[in-house]
Design a protein around this ligand. Sequence first.
Ligand SMILES: Nc1ncnc2c1ncn2[C@@H]1O[C@H](COP(=O)(O)OP(=O)(O)OP(=O)(O)O)[C@@H](O)[C@H]1O
Ligand SMILES: [Mg+2]
Length: 260
Amino acid sequence: MSHEQKLRGFEREIESWKIRIKDANDRKTYDEVFDRQTLLAIYKLFSDGFFDILDFPISTGKEGNVFRGITRAGDYVAVKIYRLSTSTFRDLGKYILGDPRFKKAAKRFPQIIFSWAQKEYSNLERFSKAGVRVPEPIAVHRNVLVMEYIGNEYMPAPKMKDVILEDPNATAEYLLESVKNAYSRGHIVHGDMSEYNVLMTEDAPVIIDLAQAVVLDHWMSQELLERDITNLARFFRKAGVMIDEKEQLGRIRGGETATS
Ligand SMILES: Nc1ncnc2c1ncn2[C@@H]1O[C@H](COP(=O)(O)OP(=O)(O)OP(=O)(O)O)[C@@H](O)[C@H]1O
Ligand SMILES: [Mg+2]
């Protein structure tokens, strides 16, 4: 299977699952089961040598946590752990714990999250191959993703929303060029571009949080592209940079090439 087909496969799976798990109980049993699974996944990556230490949490969010890890060689990595028990999925316990008919769905449940992690890994690869600066993907196992750490010895790189931009024009241009390269070379749209998902380093902005990115033949790709541009325009307007959204969309779409 080609990379493209694999990505489409993940996307389809995730979409079908989203519908299935809408109505959702039994929190405790649920959390216990999946937290153990998470520990096992972390242990696997640890024993495979991807990190020796989980250093400190960089971020604790609704959907997961990001830790800084340290390898045996002393290098830093970022370890993103997708939570297996968010409230979104809570009520699925009802299916899992009582009804034998849903055994299959129950078994499939953690796969949804695994697919998100896997998809983020693939998307990171794809952006990177298209020449867009994102964290380099290193490993993924179940709901745990290991990638390049963006930051220094003392702290992770700040989000764009938390810094005063030295040259907002240049940053805007750089990010629009990144969106264009992802689109025309990588045939992919980020889908959640905003000042929350860009980390600022001394060299260049680094785009993060790619699980939701979609390939161009996804039915939502154009809508998401428009939203990405609108989000960038809204943010940069406040920094005094006017982005002509129509013009940018034309430029990005015009640069599209036919091959994958
Ligand atoms: N590779 C990385 N290097 C350094 N810090 C990172 C890296 N990846 C993510 N982070 C930090 O972790 C935070 C959350 O990561 P990300 O945006 O990928 O996850 P999320 O699921 O969107 O979580 P949230 O809802 O908290 O944004 C980021 O805002 C950033 O501060
Ligand atoms: Mg984010």
